[in-house]
Design a protein around this ligand. Structure first.
Ligand code: GRF
Length: 197
């Protein structure tokens, strides 16, 4: 069975959507852990509901960089997951983690990469920029994680229309709804291409 670990920092709606699909049997996988850099975020509550172990690892819990990196790698080693899923993880991964799991770390970004990705393009700022550029469409991208932020190989995208009168919040909600459909399917399909399922 496919083994995944998740990293999240925020509300955790993508994390929740994935573990619900696992619970429903649509995604044949086990979620082994949640790593977060924010011990009070929504994702931590979702993990509690599903009995998923939580590891709070951040600059606060591990002020020394070497300890911080060692703590992250220790979780990866302990569970030996097939894929690491970033679901709203708001911090760049240390290169040692990317090196430990080459082509095995996925991220979801709320724009049609390569547009509106990279430094400064996070959260509501992405949708503000899409509207400021008068784009006709937007939508989420699932991609592999490489050292360059938002530049790894694109695995899947879904387009949604940008509508007249959209605010960044309204557009964000339309994109997020599609994220929840897209992420678990992309995990399933990518795992299959790697012979993991
Ligand atoms: C999503 O918009 C995702 O694209 C981005 O961070 C947000 C996470 O939302 N990487 P949630 O915490 O899953 O609700």
């Amino acid at each position: 069975m496919l083994k995944i670990g998740v990293m999240a920092s925020g509300g955790g709606s993508n994390f929740k959507a994935i573990i619900e699909r696992i619970g429903e049997g649509d995604l044949e996988a086990q979620c082994k852990f949640l790593i977060t850099n924010n011990g009070t975020c929504g994702a931590v509550s979702h993990a509690g509901e599903y009995g998923i172990p939580v590891y709070h690892i951040s600059g606060k819990t591990h002020p020394e960089r070497a300890d911080y990196e060692a703590a992250l790698l220790e979780v990866l080693d302990r569970y030996d997951v097939d894929l690491l899923i970033l679901a709203g993880y708001m911090k760049a991964l240390p290169p040692c983690m990317i090196a430990r799991m080459p082509d095995r770390i996925l991220n979801i970004h709320p724009s049609l990469l390569p547009k509106f990705g990279g430094k400064g393009f996070w959260g509501i700022h992405v949708h503000e920029a899409v509207l400021a550029a008068h784009e006709k469409e937007s939508g989420p991208t699932v991609h592999l994680v490489s050292e360059e932020i938002d530049k790894g190989r694109i695995l899947a995208q879904v387009k949604v229309p940008v509508l007249e009168g959209d605010t960044p919040e309204v557009l964000a909600a339309r994109v997020l709804e599609q994220e929840h459909n897209l992420y678990w399917k992309t995990i399933r399909d990518y795992a299959a291409t790697l012979g993991l399922s």
